[in-house]
Design a binder for this molecule. Structure first.
Ligand SMILES: [Zn+2]
Length: 145
């Protein structure tokens, strides 16, 4: 899981309401962030693509591998609406107030356990991201020495 993609690119604050109410807007946002520097097929490295079967997915023109906008992100295989997952992720990663899973459940009409599971997933991802950054720092230092 490439967790740096939780919010690789910060959403426009003015568009948060859209993101928190529309799965399609979330997919659009993820696709834009993921392929900001262009498409590269994960399997063969080809840079040409055509639209995939699902909204905002892309298919490699060479090996036909399809990649969804959520692949490699914390939102992949999410069992509840994406815009609700976005809301939780945003609040956990970016907002200052630390909402309880009961509060998320109440606001989003989800089961508390669903919110708890997803929040745990985000926390784990954030921890992994911290350790990744350390490794990267180390390797940069080695190059400099
Ligand atoms: Zn390919």
């Amino acid at each position: 899981m490439n967790v740096s993609r939780i919010f690789k690119q910060d959403p426009d604050p003015l568009k948060l309401d859209e993101l928190f109410s529309s799965d399609e807007k979330c997919l659009e946002f993820l696709a834009e962030a993921k392929w900001k520097d262009g498409f590269i097929c994960r399997k063969c490295g080809n840079t040409n693509h055509c639209p995939g079967k699902t909204p905002y997915s892309r298919r490699c023109t060479k090996c036909k591998t399809e990649e969804s906008a959520t692949a490699g992100t914390i939102f992949h295989n999410c069992k509840f609406p994406l815009h609700k997952a976005f809301y939780i992720a945003w609040n956990v990663c970016k907002a200052k107030e630390d909402l309880s899973t009961y509060e998320f459940a109440r606001r989003l009409s989800l089961r508390q356990m669903t919110c708890w599971n997803f929040k745990t997933k985000i926390r784990q991802a954030l921890n992994e991201m911290d350790s990744l950054t350390e490794n990267e720092r180390e390797s940069i230092q080695k190059i400099l020495q």
